[in-house]
Design a protein around this ligand. Structure first.
Ligand code: NAD
Length: 365
């Protein structure tokens, strides 16, 4: 790849989310060229390549990587396959963008980071909610200190997934293939954004259960979280809530910041309330205007990823910058399944929750 030639991207996994990535990638032509794709299901692969005008289809990832030597590989396969495919793609010389959840255990995250060290390539998580203009704006505002100390936060993912959601693909609903339920699969977007905005978390007390669906993994998961700053937060995740919404509220000493949307926020989904400080209110409005209008979408993340790649910058959701979120998730599951509070960085090799989010335990119903 030179500074002017298109970045050659190959896709591993051509199911539902790959279609949305393809649309994002097409919008970045001519900066990106999608050179090839592979999927273990030949019919899904053939239909995808025909519909998306992708020139080469390969029966397996090894052959694709050997023949095409892409600059970047997108991994959009089921969660349990991500870590091995990321290591394989990096060994072939590619940088990797990997769908969420990037891994289903901290052990897998360590394996990816070891592969990064071996190969000199990188893996970056798809976490598109960190990338919208509003989220960047809010992060800068928080870090500037003008909002005062963070005090209390709410982070709700109240979504609805009918029984067919769990049976429509072979990998959902089981710990061994999906890795977790609503927290790891759905709430991860809002929880990752909240954790990134509020900084280092300290301790989590959680509960999880399987309500109203005949599945192994949890369909509801709640957590109380404390942060190093002294802030406290409540996280609520549900896959069984008929009126759906995604809501984050952050209360600082001087302002309340909220975002209320479903799957993809735009600037207008965010609200800034500054009751007593007209000067700060005016400044918030001005900064909002300056910061752009990119939604928290896959296309926004690809656009920023491409700029980072060309500039040699570490992406915002590189493995090292999402590790805290996966440490949180492993700790949240451990707390829910053991009914004990769990502190950050306490899930280490030798702990069953390091190897699997459920620590090989069963959930209550
Ligand atoms: N970022 C988001 O907003 C978002 C939204 C939906 C799904 N996802 C994530 O994307 C991933 C895929 O989800 P999906 O809904 O597209 O699932 P899907 O089942 O529709 O697609 C996955 C595809 O991967 C293929 N596959 C399985 N193992 C493979 C392997 N070893 N090599 C090559 N192909 C393989 C399957 O045949 C299937 O076609 C999951 O991790 C999911 O959590 C992310």
């Amino acid at each position: 790849m030179t500074l002017t030639s298109p970045v050659r991207v190959a896709l591993i996994g051509t199911g539902h989310i790959a279609v949305e990535h393809a649309a994002a990638l097409h919008s970045l032509t001519p900066h990106i060229e999608v050179c090839a794709a592979t999927d273990i299901n030949p019919e899904i692969l053939a239909d995808f390549c025909a519909a998306q005008a992708i020139p080469k289809a390969y029966p397996d990832a090894a052959e694709l990587l050997r023949v095409e030597q892409p600059d970047v590989v997108l991994i959009s396969t089921p969660p349990f396959t991500h870590a091995a495919l990321a290591a394989q793609a990096m060994a072939a010389g590619a940088d990797v963008l990997c769908e969420k959840p990037m891994v289903v255990s901290l052990a897998q995250l360590d394996a990816i980071q070891a592969a990064e060290a071996r190969t000199g390539r990188t893996t970056t998580s798809i976490s598109q909610w960190r990338y919208g203009s509003a989220a960047s704006h809010v992060k800068r505002l928080i870090d500037s200190g003008e909002l005062g100390d963070p005090l209390i936060a709410l982070c709700n993912t109240l979504w609805y997934r009918p029984p067919t959601y769990y049976t429509s693909v072979p990998w959902r609903s089981r710990w061994s293939t999906e890795g977790g339920g609503v927290a790891l699969g759905l709430g991860i977007h809002a929880m990752d954004l909240t954790l990134w905005l509020l900084g280092e978390w300290e301790e989590v007390s959680a509960l999880a259960a399987t309500k109203d669906r005949d599945v192994e993994v949890e369909t509801i998961a709640m957590a109380q979280v404390t942060f190093r700053s002294g802030a406290v937060a409540s996280f609520v995740n549900s896959a069984v809530s008929p009126r759906q919404n995604s809501y984050i509220r952050l209360d600082f000493q001087n302002a309340t910041i909220e975002v209320d949307h479903l799957y993809q926020y735009r600037n207008e989904h965010w609200r800034f309330s500054v009751p007593d400080q007209p000067g700060l209110q005016a400044k918030l409005a001005e900064w909002q205007h300056i910061d752009g209008t990119a939604p928290g979408s896959l296309e926004t993340q690809w656009r920023i990823f491409l700029a980072d790649l060309r500039a040699g910058r570490q992406p915002l959701t590189h493995t090292s910058r999402v590790r805290s979120t996966y440490d949180f998730l492993a700790s949240m599951y451990k707390s829910a399944l053991t009914r004990q509070p769990v502190r950050r960085l306490s899930v280490q090799p030798g702990d069953p929750f390091y190897e699997a989010m459920n620590g090989a335990l069963e959930l209550s119903r």
